[in-house]
Design a protein around this ligand. Structure first.
Ligand code: HSE
Length: 430
């Protein structure tokens, strides 16, 4: 049997503790699967004394995770600290440059610096692995990068943020507002105290930028991911969407066409009988389409100790088996720079919710602006009477270019009878 693979873990939060637990619990299973054992040599975290429910007394403790990059007895550094820059980035650069493989669950780090880190790893002849960074326990990086490697991929999309999916499905089930569900989710510990990255779509955008690179062999380009979150969705939108046969999901969508790379994150109406629409609670799901495979669908837990640690340990096992191939499945010099396709060029049908005064001529004013911009309607509903004499008007457009629709909506939003900025949610017939 080959010599043990020696691992250091930087960060002993929920996921780090999960990694320690799996490596202990499945020590023998993992040894037989790799043909060698995996040994934790060192650990590092902020607080040595904290009771984490696992025994770390047998591991070398380090107050500074950067020490691991300089230690000869470490083969793999596992980074579970987080953040796109700072210590996580420095640890990645130093560890890889020192010839240590690097495993991370840090989507921000990979989304921002993936191409550079992949290059450093390749030059050093070591592995950079990040399965846990996207969709937690779903092995989507390997599925796309290896399982679908015979295909040219056309489209990848998914529900990549469990917090948002939990909020949207709970709003649908209970009729509660976004704020009510978010507050309850924070109280139960499902949502972070600062939910910005989750609810504003940034977490999904990080994951999408990584998926684009894996699927299309393009350099990670987080800066050009169009990103919108779910804060403006109201329970009425979920109800009206259901009436016309849709559910609302926060999607990340990436597509490479002759126009360039389209990467967008936003709430979307998806047909309620599509598998992606059936994904409930905090689950994640990914759809990947290839030219020979057709459509594939993956679903599982996108967060939590067990699923995320499972993905981290799978990466360590991969390295123990001697797989040190390129991080994005092509040599790093072959990663393409793709031209970003601006969201203004996107074309599709759209759900629009207007909150207007109930008085004569309001609909006429709205439809006359739509006519001037050549926006054609498929559905129009007027919903309810609020006590203040306002109503909701819901419009569903036919396929329209985003640039044109937003010009029309800007003008509609300026009408004195329109009481708040129009809400537009793209309809995805993917
Ligand atoms: N905060 C993420 C989510 C999990 O809610 O899905 C980690 O990526």
């Amino acid at each position: 049997m080959s010599k043990p693979l020696k691992v250091a873990i930087a960060g002993l939060g929920t996921v780090g503790v999960g990694v320690v637990k799996i490596l202990e619990t499945h020590k023998d299973l993992i040894r037989s699967r790799c043909g060698r054992s995996i040994e934790v040599v060192g650990v590092s975290a902020n607080n040595r004394a904290r009771d984490r429910g696992v025994d770390i007394s047998g591991y070398q403790w380090s107050d500074n995770a950067l020490d691991f990059a300089g230690q000869d007895d470490i083969d793999v550094v596992v980074e579970l600290i987080g953040g796109s820059d700072g210590i996580a980035k420095e640890l990645a650069q130093k560890s890889l440059a020192a010839g240590k493989s690097f495993v991370t669950a840090n989507k921000a780090l990979v989304a921002h610096h993936g191409a550079d880190l992949a290059n450093t790893a390749q030059e050093a002849g070591v592995a950079l692995r990040y399965e846990a960074a996207v969709a937690g326990g779903i092995p989507i990086i390997k599925s796309i990068g290896e399982g679908l490697a015979a295909n040219e991929l056309n489209l990848v999309y998914g529900i990549l943020n469990g917090t948002c999916n939990y909020i949207l499905t709970t709003m649908e089930a209970t009729g509660q507002s976004f704020e009510e569900v978010l507050t309850e989710a924070q109280r139960l510990g499902y949502a972070e105290a600062d939910p910005t990255f989750d609810v504003d779509g940034i977490d999904t955008a990080h994951k999408l930028a990584i998926l684009s690179s894996v699927a299309f062999a393009t350099e990670t380009d987080f800066e050009h991911v169009y990103t919108e979150g779910i804060r403006r969705i109201e329970a009425v939108d979920i109800e009206y969407a259901r009436e016309i046969g849709y559910r609302i999901k926060l999607l990340g969508i990436t597509r490479l066409t002759e126009k360039g790379l389209e990467q967008r994150v936003h709430p979307a109406l998806v047909k309620k009988n599509e598998p992606i629409a059936q994904v409930e609670d905090a689950f994640n799901a990914v759809v990947a389409e290839g030219d020979f495979i057709d459509r594939t669908f993956y679903q599982g837990r996108g967060a939590g100790q067990g699923p995320t640690a499972s993905a981290v340990v799978a990466d360590i096992i991969d390295i123990a088996r001697g797989h040190t191939g390129p991080a994005f499945f092509v040599p790093s010099g072959e990663l393409k720079k793709a031209a970003p396709v601006p969201i203004s060029e996107h074309e599709g049908a759209c759900y629009i919710r207007l909150h207007v005064q109930e008085k004569p001529g309001v609909i006429a004013d709205i439809t006359s602006i739509l006519k001037e911009h050549d926006v054609s309607l498929d559905v129009m509903l007027q919903k309810g009477h609020e006590q203040d004499g306002s109503v909701y008007v819901v419009l569903v457009t036919h396929k329209i270019q985003e640039k044109i629709l937003s010009e029309a909506l800007n003008r509609i939003g300026e009408l004195s009878s329109v009481q708040e900025e129009p809400l537009a949610i793209r309809i995805e017939n993917l």
